[in-house]
Design a protein around this ligand. Structure first.
Ligand SMILES: O=C(O)CCC(=O)C(=O)O
Length: 306
């Protein structure tokens, strides 16, 4: 069968060369292709390689249980492929409510799944995290755990710093930690994939009391830490679920903007979150940016919920 096909191909090739068609040779089986066939062939064969390179460069992990995704695309690409939002979620929203003593039922009805941002002011009252969490605590917790092997598949956001990993970020000298004059400012974020560390962190905070009884708090914690003036650039997330974030130390301003397709119907506005507050936000719908406010180092912890 194969030799039959090869014979047919050879006949075609002979005819082509008799007709003065410019042909090139693939040596292994004696098949000839025109230059344009070859460029097409090269182009198509490059596609899987290109996909591989993009995934390698930008994918923090192929398969991970982190918040952000399975295969991460560069921000610009994931935004380009984002389906347009129905602007109903942001219409008439110009600020976030600040509430306390809210029952899970009320929270579910008014905020949990409609992307209406809210700040809950009494959810961290009994959390020891407010006293315990600081730069040195995280350094200590991670250095006494299986740092590299566990944390390698987890995400790290250096923002404007030069840090390449959480290990590097947690190795800065005390002067820089304390923002002494002449040192570089820092702000970074990471997800925790280390079970031991998660167990330790959870000694100091609880599942927020207002989450609906049926909702599951994601096992992956997200932490952000750093000093005044810095924060996350404007972006939208590419995850499925809304999330809560507790302001453990310091204060942070969140600037929320509607997606571009909703610019004419919805507003951009900001929310200030202070120590002890918990902000609940659908970061998949609201574009968001953060700035740590003057004062102490900001530390937050949060997770997605369904
Ligand atoms: O807390 C921050 O500074 C950034 C948080 C954020 O961008 C996110 O959760 O998607």
């Amino acid at each position: 069968m194969v030799s039959e096909n090869v014979k047919k191909l050879k006949a075609i090739i002979e005819k082509a060369s008799k007709s003065n068609i410019n042909i090139q040779r693939l040596p292994a089986i004696g098949i000839h292709l025109t230059p344009s066939d070859l460029s097409l062939f090269r182009l198509f064969s490059l596609i899987p390689i290109a996909i591989g390179v993009i995934a390698f460069l930008y994918g923090k992990s192929w398969i991970s249980d982190t918040k952000k995704c399975w295969i991460s695309l560069p921000d610009s690409l994931s935004h380009a492929f984002r389906p347009p939002e129905d602007c109903g979620f942001c219409r008439n929203i110009t600020q976030a409510d600040r509430v306390s003593n809210i029952s899970p039922k009320e929270f579910e009805k008014n905020y949990a799944y409609n992307a209406k941002p809210v700040v809950i002011t009494d959810a961290t009252i009994n959390w020891t995290a407010l006293d315990v969490f600081d730069f040195w605590y995280f350094k200590d917790v991670y250095e006494s755990s299986l740092f590299d092997s566990e944390q390698m598949n987890c995400q790290f956001f250096p923002y404007k710093t030069e840090f390449k990993s959480l290990r590097e970020a947690l190795s800065i000298p005390a002067e820089r930690v304390n923002y002494e004059v002449g040192t570089q400012p820092w702000y970074f974020g990471w997800s925790n994939c280390n079970y031991e560390v998660a167990r330790e962190l959870r000694k100091h905070y609880d599942r927020p009391y207002f989450l609906p009884d049926t909702s599951e708090n994601n096992a992956v914690d997200w932490l952000f830490m750093g000093g005044p003036g810095l924060g996350a650039h404007m972006h939208v997330d590419n995850v499925r679920l809304p999330s809560w974030q507790a302001q453990i130390k310091g204060a942070k301003e969140w600037i929320l903007a509607p997606p571009p397709e909703c610019y004419y119907e919805c507003s951009t506005f900001s929310i200030v979150v202070r120590t002890g507050d918990v902000i609940v936000l659908d970061t998949n719908k609201w574009y968001h940016k953060t700035i740590v406010l003057p004062g102490e180092i900001s530390i937050t912890i949060g997770a997605e919920y369904d």
